[in-house]
Design a protein around this ligand. Structure first.
Ligand code: GLY
Ligand code: MN
Ligand code: MN
Length: 466
């Protein structure tokens, strides 16, 4: 946990943004994997962590906006619990650490909420993403099951997004910790990779480093020689000379802040000529996009700027053709760069995605595009100091997508299909860093991880003794 006053200040900030009523935050419980006692890794709800900080299952907290106080509902460990899981801090001790004024057993929650409903006080809750929470809200509030998600409070969503989007110094420091561990994970993989190794060995090594640092991975490891499959979570292939390895993975610290870094490197000591060409375009797009990150700039424009660098580079290689600006306006670049430039990051790797991406990444001024490719951009709005976001351009040759577009010669004015056909076995390159928007510009978080062609090749040559 952070210091008590941080949670008190966050809840004060929430109360100042909402008019009245109760803001209800159900914490997460354990979820059985194959039977209830054999549970998945426990992960507390990020909003619960943000306002109350308590990292244990089976709690419900609420902010009484009219009284200006908070409540923690939960049950102290019984002697049976202690026999199996050891002694635990009491509910009162947890509440004191989080600066929460009132505690009560979980059984009292329903009565508290019934009283609030009788008094016609609004009860705000966030969109639930676990079935267990949907059922609980149904039981506590008498909302029909099918209507629970739709009854989430938009004012509460907006208030939470406004607060969580602007990272405090304690959060930035924690994200630096996540990135220090993430950097170790990437360096270890880049040093260890050899032809003949299974992807799984490297993926396990990365995860082991996160766990050894008392954290976890922030999302399932992507470590693949098939980088054109954007979220490829399979690790069954064997590395071969001449291939590229795309590693997209990051640590979550024990305080649950995420890192999200991608590096792409050759299995051999050096990139081959085609790999160098594509890698350099992606690197140019990434580095120049980062340079554009500053307050007031719509991130949608940074995305389109990176797309133009990619289209220009591909035109120089004879893969695209025609006017670059027109190609990007038409969406032709999305054959090679079919995802967004980045997203906010914090307690969640795609920060606050559970609250609704459009509340997080868009506003009345900047609406989500409906065009294939740019539609996947999770963050389009103007940047503000305190935002932390990813910059992650990529170029991919996705045979299935080329086949689909090629059938009806889609964007033929901008795509040289005869040339693209020769590159179908290329796979993909992505490079990703995490960037803080400052008052005057930006700061790339974490220590540098080899990224230029020279740096990557030097590390690979050193590692393989070549
Ligand atoms: N690791 C998933 C992403 O980069 O968005
Ligand atoms: Mn990533
Ligand atoms: Mn990312």
């Amino acid at each position: 946990m952070f210091d008590t006053d941080i949670y008190v200040a966050r809840r004060k900030g929430l109360a100042a943004r909402l008019e009245k009523g109760v803001a209800l935050f159900p914490g997460n419980g354990e979820v059985g994997m194959n039977y209830s006692a054999n549970s998945y890794h426990f992960r507390q709800d990020s909003n619960f962590l943000y306002y109350f900080g308590i990292d244990r299952p089976d709690l419900v907290a609420l902010a009484d906006l009219d009284e200006g106080t908070s409540w923690l509902f939960g049950d102290d460990a019984s002697i049976e619990d202690i026999v199996w899981t050891g002694p635990q801090p009491s509910i009162a001790e947890w509440a004191a650490r989080a600066g929460i004024e009132h505690t009560a057993p979980l059984a009292d929650l329903e009565g508290f909420l019934a009283k609030a409903r009788q008094a016609d006080r609004p009860i705000h809750f966030l969109p639930p993403y676990r079935a267990e929470t949907v059922v609980s809200l149904h039981q506590w509030l008498g909302i029909p099951l099918a209507e629970v998600k739709g009854r989430a409070s938009v004012p509460l969503v907006r208030a939470v997004v406004d607060q969580r989007a602007h990272k405090g110094p304690e959060e930035v420091a924690e994200m630096e910790r996540a990135l220090a561990i993430t950097g170790q994970m990437h360096l270890a993989v880049m040093r260890a990779a050899r032809a003949g190794m299974k992807e799984a060995l490297l993926a396990g090594m990365a995860r082991g480093i996160a766990i050894a640092a008392q954290g976890e991975i922030a999302y399932p490891v992507i470590l693949t020689t098939q980088g054109q499959i954007l979220h490829n979570h399979h690790h069954h292939r064997t590395l071969k000379e001449g291939q590229l390895v795309l590693g997209d993975f990051g640590a979550e610290t024990w305080r649950h802040y995420a890192g999200d870094i991608t590096r792409t490197f050759p299995v051999s000591a050096r990139f081959d000529a085609r790999q160098r060409d594509i890698y350099q375009i992606v690197l140019d797009a990434e580095v120049q996009a980062i340079q554009r990150v500053q307050p007031g700039v719509p991130y949608r424009d940074v995305h389109l700027f990176a797309a133009r660098i990619i289209a220009r580079g591909l035109k120089d290689l004879g893969l695209m053709q025609g006017d670059v600006d027109e190609a990007v306006a038409a969406g032709a670049h999305a054959l090679f760069f079919p995802h967004g430039l980045g997203h906010m990051i914090g307690l969640d790797v795609h920060d606050m995605e559970g609250l609704g991406e459009d509340y997080v990444g868009y506003d009345d001024e900047i609406r989500r595009s409906e065009q294939f490719g740019t539609a996947y951009l999770r963050l389009g709005r103007r940047l503000e100091p305190g935002f932390v976001l990813t910059v992650e351009p990529g170029i991919y040759f996705i045979p299935e997508l080329v086949e689909l577009w090629g059938k009806d010669r889609r964007h033929e004015a901008f795509i040289n299909y005869a040339e693209v056909e020769k590159w179908l076995d290329f796979t993909g390159v992505r490079i990703e860093d995490n960037v803080l928007v400052t008052e005057t510009g930006h700061r790339v978080l974490g220590s540098p991880i080899p990224k230029t062609i020279e740096e990557v090749e030097a590390l690979r040559a050193e590692a393989s003794g070549k």
